[in-house]
Design a protein around this ligand. Structure first.
Ligand SMILES: [Zn+2]
Length: 198
């Protein structure tokens, strides 16, 4: 099902007067940059024919050392701290993705990190995840997201097991996190309102 993602940004600086000029990361490839409502900068049409796919148990078993790491939003100083992750069994998506890639490569698999969007209505969210190349196809692997959704009772292991690759749900933009909307040195708040188009 095609999704239309509308990128909007607002300036976080109170110093600016007049209109602010934002630049959108080329990875967002806005297919329609006509001015939209309010702060809309462009629209991206995401049409994935991929469907979530189960990854083989033997492959997921490679990541056993991360099987009890839980998702927590961490202070910036701890976000990239592998020692903290190992000792406290808590992590955020980007470090967990790097750890998955490290372990996969040690096991001889082709692996990479990805940064992009979890495509969902009414808002898509930025996210970092790992991908494994299996039978020539890049498959997202994300152990933390289902784990968090299970812990919050949003879904169950039957509906979304950890070895389910969320293909079609994640939209890759870049290899690692980058600002998707830039506005000089000033911070800006970005949102990705998302709807289904027929
Ligand atoms: Zn501004």
């Amino acid at each position: 099902m095609p999704h239309e993602i509308r990128t909007s940004a607002t300036c976080a600086s109170s110093e600016h007067r007049g209109p602010c000029a934002f630049s959108v990361h080329p990875a967002l490839h806005p297919y329609d940059t006509r001015p939209g409502d309010g702060n809309e900068l462009g629209r991206l049409l995401v049409h994935s024919s991929h469907v979530p796919t189960l990854i083989h148990e033997h492959t997921v078993a490679l990541f056993a050392e991360l099987s009890d790491v839980a998702f927590y939003l961490l202070p910036a100083v701890l976000r990239d701290d592998v020692g903290f992750l190992r000792t406290n069994r808590m992590g955020e998506c980007s470090l967990m993705a790097r750890e998955l890639v490290r372990i996969a490569r040690q096991s001889g698999l082709e692996a990479r990190t990805s940064y992009g969007l979890i495509v969902s209505v009414p808002f898509s969210t930025t996210h970092t995840w790992a991908e494994l190349r299996i039978d020539g196809v890049w498959m997202p692997v994300d152990l933390l997201l289902p784990r968090a959704l299970h812990a919050w009772k949003i879904t169950t292991d039957q509906v979304w097991p950890e070895r389910l690759s969320p293909r079609g749900l994640f939209h890759r933009l870049t290899a690692t996190a980058e600002p998707l909307v830039a506005h000089g040195d000033a911070l800006c708040r970005v949102s990705f309102s998302t709807g289904v188009v027929s």
